[in-house]
Ligand binder design. Structure first.
Ligand SMILES: [Ca+2]
Ligand SMILES: [Ca+2]
Length: 220
């Protein structure tokens, strides 16, 4: 059986500073992961929900895309537990409260974490349409985000929820000006307050993490 070493790291203001693909190649981490509700919690995903934020600078007026690589639960990348029977829901929020709501920023998603205005949602199952391919949400109008001056722009939130099933969905995210390619949004950024990642299969592989820790916060 393939060795699986999920790593759950709780960080505050965790930024990928050098890329608009999460995980970035600099981090040497292959994939993000969200397990479905019936998965064994000892795999490392304690709540079956991950929340990611995307910032777009105020001077960017052109529409952009949020892209997901391998969004479904099937194929060789995903963690198959007795046959793929899982669903994963991706929901994109903008507008008032998307980021400023206190519940949205907790490392433990409880309460009103899905605050803001729902812009797009799509649930992926075990269909293979996007197996090892990118799916794009958008075009998205930057002004539909929540203006957060302290983050220098408009903020959008992607909530990824493992629904029924017991498998692990591996995926990547990208912030892009293109529907069909990964072309960075100048000055844009992806960050999360909880990072749930799939570590490498290879022994002695080193992950490089680039946390930004603001004053008064700390790393668990
Ligand atoms: Ca299964
Ligand atoms: Ca997947």
């Amino acid at each position: 059986m393939r060795k699986f070493i999920p790593v759950l790291i709780l960080l505050l203001n965790f930024n990928t500073l050098f890329s608009q693909i999460m995980p970035s190649t600099d981090e040497n981490i292959p994939y993000l992961v969200t397990f479905s509700k019936s998965a064994d919690k000892t795999w490392g995903d304690d709540d079956n929900i991950q929340i990611y934020f995307f910032t777009i600078p105020q001077d960017i007026k052109t529409p952009f895309f949020i892209r997901v690589y391998d969004p479904e639960n099937a194929g060789k990348l995903d963690e198959n537990r007795g046959g793929f029977n899982s669903k994963t829901k991706f929901s994109l929020y903008g507008g008032k409260g998307a980021h400023s709501s206190a519940d949205a920023k907790k490392t433990d998603p409880k309460g009103n974490y899905n605050s803001g205005s729902l812009l797009h949602t799509k649930t992926f199952s075990n269909e293979t349409t996007y197996d090892e391919k990118w799916f794009s949400f958008g075009p998205i109008n930057p002004l539909e985000g929540e203006l957060q001056p302290e983050l220098n722009g408009y903020v959008f939130k992607l909530v990824v929820e493992g629904l029924e099933g017991d498998d692990g969905n591996l995926y990547r995210l990208s912030l892009s000006t293109s529907k069909d390619d990964n072309i960075k949004v100048e000055g844009g950024n992806i960050f999360t307050y909880e990072y749930c990642i799939r570590s490498s299969d290879k022994e002695f592989t080193v992950c490089h993490l680039y946390p930004f820790v603001s004053k008064g916060n700390y790393i668990h």
